[in-house]
Design a binder for this molecule. Sequence first.
Ligand SMILES: [Zn+2]
Length: 231
Amino acid sequence: MGTLMKTITLLTILVILFTPSSLLTAQSSQTKRLVIIDAAHGGADGGVIVTDKVREKQVTLALSQLLQKGLAKDPDIQVKMTRTSDKAVSINERRKIARAAPAGALFISLHVNAGFGKNATGYEIYFPGFKTAPEDKGGSKAILKDMVKNKSLNDSVRFAQILQRNMEKVFPRKGRGLRDAPMAALNDLTLAAVVLEVGFATNADDRKKVMDEKTRQAIVEALSKSIREFF
Ligand SMILES: [Zn+2]
């Protein structure tokens, strides 16, 4: 063999020796889709009062951890949490995690609602990016039709619609519509992002639901199902 052939043979052997495992590793981590679960509030920021002993921050963390556990069984999904304990995480830190995500990632922020009187009840799904908030379900539909401007917004709306469909099975006719509103944590992100307000702490029925293990599990199942459908 000439020197050139020797070099080529050696290179071929080296390529065969070192390629497969490293390539496979790179591929499998690339095909995993990332979902960032954001347990809203934490630490000194308790969020809304749910019961004498429970604040919103505890409910959002419990839901996030249930969701993480549920998704851990899925080999195609990678989960990242903005917090895993009762600590303060600033909006900027949460946004930083979202901005570091690869293309095609999904950001889900979990909250408990409050206000609008004791009769306000049901879940709400917010997505960022549009200036005017829809008045009702018809309004939100009209807005949805109009905008296909940008992929991340489009994906946010697509995920919001999937989630609404699956949440409707958990809380029939309890949806308050898809809501387009500026949310500090979500605005100007370049990934699909939604806020799910699971129910109203100021409403007796909702309060019971968000404190109930079975209902929490049902919410988490609706979320997991939606995430799989979205990806
Ligand atoms: Zn909140």
